[in-house]
Design a protein around this ligand. Structure first.
Ligand SMILES: [Zn+2]
Length: 181
């Protein structure tokens, strides 16, 4: 079956930066609903569209087509006492960036001093060109329910009780939990 609108694609991947430093070795395949549902990067969909099981490819995606340029305005210094303890570099907090009041931003702790903490609201992969080694391992038709929800259900997909309110439109979470965490 060829990859087309409303197919569920399983793809083994390896993610590196433009210098070929491994970022993630994709121990689990990425499984996404194809067709502009923002389950994965549009450039990956573009590359795989019309392809079949067994197709392999290496693509490089520039920052503007991945997680954007690095924005120094998203870095802020916070009083340490305003954050919970114990605090470690790499911990993430949801916060609100100035000028983006209606949209929560995930901040990552990048530095800790005695009384100050540096929080970076950029996506960890912002500003980076990303190189994906892709290998398509499965293609199947999506179920009506998956199409309606705009994401994959099942073993490697999104798992939730049905009838619950959907909190979709959280492309960031998709990117964070699969494939880039
Ligand atoms: Zn669902």
């Amino acid at each position: 079956m060829k990859i087309a609108q409303n197919t569920v694609v399983s793809v083994n991947y390896k993610l590196s930066d433009a210098q070929n430093n491994l970022i993630e070795d994709g121990a689990q395949p990425m499984v996404y609903l194809h067709g502009g549902y923002e389950n994965t990067l549009p450039k990956i969909e573009e590359e795989l569209d019309g392809k079949d099981v067994g197709y392999t490819s290496t693509i490089q995606i520039e920052p503007e087509d991945a997680f954007g340029d690095y924005d120094p305005n998203l870095v802020k210094v916070e009083e340490r006492k305003r954050l919970p303890e114990p605090l470690e570099v790499g911990m993430q907090f949801e916060g609100v960036a100035e000028g983006a009041e209606d949209e929560p931003t995930i901040f990552t702790v990048t530095e800790i001093a005695d009384d100050k903490v540096v929080l970076d609201g950029n996506h960890p992969l912002a500003g980076m060109a990303l190189r994906f080694d892709l290998s398509v391992i499965d293609v199947r038709a999506a179920t009506d329910e998956e199409i309606q929800h705009g994401h994959v259900h099942g073993a490697h997909g999104h798992d939730h009780g049905h009838g619950d309110d959907e909190d979709d439109g959280d492309a960031g979470d998709h990117f964070r939990s699969q494939p880039l965490n």
